[in-house]
Design a protein around this ligand. Structure first.
Ligand code: BES
Ligand code: MN
Ligand code: MN
Length: 477
């Protein structure tokens, strides 16, 4: 059977595939920092070239934001598929941009000089690639790209005859701001797709493959509290006028009540409560919250969050409010007695069905306004937002993905959700009615977004195989 030859091809070309991944990882495609824009474009071109080598006519399309500012390019391609192909028209989505690397001094090697090495003593797992983007998301997109290459090599046909559209963006890590206009402008092409596949999530654990059937939404904001029109001597002015750092802290401290529920009026209004069925299913996954905490250096007592829910329930099924950054005043070396003119915080909300990011952001700003400290003024910034999604678990494509994982890894895929966010999924659902299957192979300890990000070769291998077999499953529908 063709699929056996495809899997053999992947096996014998695995090292070459990892080397190709390393080439891609060497391109510092940090999307949030404008100075890397040329590198971001180079990473897009690299990806398009790789697809071309698999017989796919890939284009690097320019994208613009709502206000007409240039965005990062999107790698886009249609694979027509065999005339007699009967399966779903697949939309593959991934992102080739990466998060910034700081704090750079905590990296064991240059973030953009990938190192392939075995686990050291005390490290779990096996051989791995260490680099920024290793697992999020270049390494995971690479599993798909290599599966595509294998099918082309073995059958001579792009994607082995499966009809698909490919969209790999360069702005996911900065909120996919020009993706929405792109999706709107491309709606007539995208509408033809039946289901979206994303490889940008994790597994239940090492050697425990999973399909993620939902991710949370996100509303990302920044608030600046302004007081005096100048920085002040804290001896002369302290106790006589507002200190914006203190006042901001006082306001933000009210975000959660004693039960760690978010206090913003209406915040929970649209939240779909967890069903007993879902809670039972998750309980059966036997997730060990204490062991997970231990991995990040915390004791079991640190298992805190909204009262009445387990750790998994809080991550997968409940909304949260988080302060992601807070600055003000003097932060340099030594001491300086000053009351600054302003202080600011980045505040974000993870959302679940059916919460609306715009509504949540508005409610938060209104809540801040109602607490404006005497003499102070707010400045509000709405960075970006996206809806959460939940994917039906009984569609033909979902079953095909489950069979693919079983055949490729010998293991039944666990059905999990994730607390992370992938903005495109909400867009595709809201705009085009397209559901997303998240088939990712990351691990909890991959250090996504932090120094020494890694992707284990075993995970990469499972993922490449699963993508190859999924193509076979779709051909056979
Ligand atoms: N791949 C992640 C999201 C993710 C990671 C989902 C692990 C499930 C498991 C994605 O690249 C990401 O980091 N998303 C951002 C959102 C974005 C708008 C900045 C996030 O979740 O913070
Ligand atoms: Mn990602
Ligand atoms: Mn990410």
């Amino acid at each position: 059977m063709a699929v056996d030859n495809v899997l053999t091809w992947l096996e014998s070309n695995q090292d070459a595939g990892i080397n190709r991944l390393c080439d891609w990882l060497r391109i510092p495609s940090i999307s949030t920092d404008p100075k890397y824009a040329p590198e971001v474009r180079r990473a897009a071109q690299w990806c398009a070239d790789h697809l071309k080598a698999s017989g796919v006519d890939a284009q690097v399309r320019d994208a613009v934001t709502k206000d007409g500012k240039p965005g990062h390019p999107i790698v886009f391609a249609h694979v027509p598929g065999d005339l007699n192909y009967r399966g779903p028209h697949l939309l593959f989505y991934g992102h080739y941009d990466v998060q910034p690397v700081d704090p750079v001094n905590l990296w064991e090697s240059d973030p953009f000089q990938p190192v392939v090495r075995d686990a050291r003593q005390g490290e779990q797992g096996g051989r791995r690639v260490v680099a920024r983007g290793a697992v999020d998301d270049k390494g995971q997109v690479m599993m798909f790209l290599e599966a595509m290459r294998a099918w082309k090599e073995v059958t001579g046909k792009p994607a082995g005859g499966v009809k698909m559209t490919i969209m790999i963006e360069g702005e996911e890590e900065s909120g996919s701001v020009s993706l929405e206009p792109f999706v709107n402008a491309t709606a007539s092409e995208l509408r033809k797709c039946d289901v979206c596949l994303i490889s940008d999530t994790g597994m239940l654990g090492r050697g425990k493959p999973a399909i993620t059937y939902g991710v949370r939404g996100l509303a990302y904001t920044e608030v600046v509290l302004h007081a005096a029109n100048q920085d002040l001597h804290s001896g002369l002015w302290g106790g006589r006028c507002p200190n914006p750092i203190t006042e901001l802290a006082r306001v933000l401290a009210q975000l959660h009540d004693k039960k760690r529920k978010v206090t913003i009026p209406g915040f929970y209004d649209d939240v779909v409560p967890l069903s007993n069925k879902e809670r039972e299913n998750w309980k059966r996954l036997k997730f060990n919250a204490a062991a997970a905490l231990k991995q990040i250096g915390l004791q079991p007592v640190a298992d805190i969050g909204e009262t009445g829910y387990t750790a998994l329930e809080r991550e997968w099924g409940r909304p949260t409010a988080e302060i992601n950054g807070i600055v003000g005043g003097y932060t340099g070396p030594g001491a300086k007695t000053v009351i600054p003119s302003h202080a600011s915080a980045k505040v974000s909300f993870r959302l679940v069905a059916d919460q609306n990011p715009t509504k949540v952001t508005k409610a938060f700003f209104k809540w801040c306004k109602e607490r404006t400290p005497p003499g102070c003024k707010w400045e509000f910034i709405d960075h970006h937002g996206g809806h959460g999604v939940t994917t039906p678990i009984d569609s033909p494509a979902m079953r095909a993905a489950q069979r693919a994982i079983k055949r490729a890894t010998g293991k039944q895929a666990a059905l999990i959700k994730s607390g992370g966010s992938i903005p495109v999924a909400g867009m595709l659902k809201a705009r085009l009615g397209i559901d997303t299957i998240f088939m990712g192979f990351g691990l909890d300890d991959d250090r996504v977004h932090s120094p020494n990000e890694k992707f284990e070769i075993d995970c990469y291998r499972m993922g490449a195989r699963a993508h190859a077999v999924l193509i076979d499953e779709l051909r056979s529908l």
